[in-house]
Write a protein that binds this ligand. Structure first.
Ligand code: ARG
Length: 461
């Protein structure tokens, strides 16, 4: 069998490209991750060429069988292409020609690598985004499981990382779940827009051959075809959109990760990470480090960088295809794969960590997180909120001056600040009662937490 012909594209040249140029320009290594998509596209194309009579039915069948053979060889490593192939498309075609001889040379009729690569990437995205969607649904469900098992635990809700008001842990966990639901929506929406086959756009002008683009689109599982051949090969906004959705999702995971880092510190000790997600130190034997969470936080920066790379890659390119576009896959695949892996790690951490109800609730002792409750009490008794805010502010100051907290506030003392305070402050100085009174839509009361869990469970299917 002859060596793969590195000169398939070099009819007009006397010399082969230099070794340096071959190594510099090949995208084979990363392209091989979309080998299946490339073969699937070629099989759809060959089948269609047979259907419309550009090829004999027998020729189309033999091309498809040959393509499957190349898929098997490449997947198993039985054939290892070298840098002389510019990309996966050229490698597959060269090997096909080796296997089938002249028949292999007919496959590229009415097609260009420009529409091929655009097709492969869209197919790859459709498949991976399906996996990402399922992983996100699982993470949301894991959080909802936690809400159901531990959601009644009280903790301070924070603003500025200062204790604010007592809330239920379920309320806090749901505040992490909702953004993930929107991440799913963003990805579904991006998938809907990219679900158009570019195949048959050829270089950018279409073809005089009687191809059937709708048939290849359907065979590959696309919802339709990209209407304009030039746009079909030049557009990368769907890649930017997916990377943006991934970057946004990673910022959500990163915020969650940051809280797990804080919460697992000895200072907070709200959670203890499962051993399977905690790491040790090479020198300090006692360490139980939150590396998984830190890596999610760190990797989120990379995915934001991936988005920047894709935006900048495209912004000044003239229409239509330019080789710059080959640089899209590293950031794009990285964005999707890193997000997919991070979602999985996050779900694992939430599944296996232990929550310390005691530590959460202890954080409510000896502070002023019931101050808003006292102000709301005065409001219920007819005092204007601004006035109530000021009165309670003075009470806080008074407590601080004598080194105590709101727990030490007697009704008599309170009445000295405002006559409308009631004789019994007990129900108003109870953090659980304060949380449970917040029944407004979206509030922290358990009825609202339960309602949201029901809504979210339905959407998680
Ligand atoms: N390897 C190229 C890429 O990834 C495929 C398209 C090449 N097209 C071209 N006209 N040189 O973008």
């Amino acid at each position: 069998m002859s060596e793969p012909d590195p000169n398939l594209l070099r009819g007009r040249f006397d010399q082969p490209t230099s070794g340096d140029m071959q190594r510099y320009s090949t995208s084979l290594a990363i392209d091989l991750r979309m080998l299946d998509e490339d073969i699937d596209g070629s099989v759809a194309h060959a089948t269609m060429l047979g259907e419309v009579g550009i090829l004999d039915p027998g020729e189309a069948e033999r091309l498809c069988a040959g393509l499957e053979e190349v898929r098997g060889e490449l997947a198993s490593g039985a054939w290892v292409p070298g840098d002389e192939h510019e990309d996966v498309h050229m490698a597959v075609e060269a090997r096909l020609i080796e296997l089938l001889g002249d028949l292999g040379k007919k496959l590229h009729t009415a097609r260009s690598r420009n529409d091929q690569v655009a097709t492969d990437v869209r197919l790859w995205l459709k498949r991976r985004l399906g996996e990402l969607d399922a992983a996100l649904a699982e993470l949301v469900n894991t959080l909802l499981d936690r809400v159901e098992s531990d959601g009644k635990t009280l903790l301070p809700g924070y603003t500025h990382l200062q204790r604010g008001q007592p809330i239920l842990l379920g309320h806090h966990l749901l505040a992490h779940a909702w953004p993930l639901v929107r991440d799913r929506e963003r990805l579904v929406d991006a998938t809907r827009r990219l679900d158009r086959s570019p195949l048959g756009a050829c270089a950018m002008a279409g073809t005089p051959h009687p191809i059937d683009r709708a048939s290849t689109a359907e065979a590959m599982g696309f919802a339709g075809v990209a209407d304009n051949a030039m746009d079909a090969v030049a557009a990368r906004d769907h890649e930017q959109e997916v990377a943006a959705a991934c970057a946004i999702c990673m910022t959500h995971l990163s915020r969650m990760a940051e809280e797990l880092v804080l919460w697992s510190s000895s200072e907070f000790a709200f959670v203890r990470l499962g051993e399977d997600y905690a790491t040790g130190s090479s020198i300090m034997p006692q360490k139980r480090n939150p590396d998984a969470a830190e890596l999610v936080r760190g990797k989120s920066s990379r995915v934001c960088g991936d988005l920047m790379a894709l935006l900048h890659l495209v912004k000044a390119l003239p229409l239509a295809y330019n080789r710059d576009l080959q640089e899209d896959r590293e950031p794009l695949f990285d964005a999707v794969e890193t997000t997919l892996a991070s979602v999985g790690i996050m779900a694992g951490m939430w599944r296996t960590l232990e929550l310390s109800r005691e530590r959460f609730e202890k954080a409510l002792e000896g502070d002023f997180s019931l101050a808003t409750e006292l102000a709301d009490l005065l409001v219920e008794r007819g005092v204007a909120f601004r006035e109530a805010h000021e009165v309670v502010g003075r009470i806080v100051r008074w407590c601080e001056d004598q080194g105590s907290d709101l727990g030490a506030l007697t009704p008599e003392a309170a009445k000295r600040f405002h006559p409308r305070f009631p004789d019994d402050l007990g129900p108003w100085l109870d953090p659980r009662a304060a949380a449970e009174r917040r029944t407004s839509l979206g509030g922290t009361a358990w009825v609202e937490v339960e309602r949201q869990v029901r809504v979210l469970r339905q959407g998680m299917g």
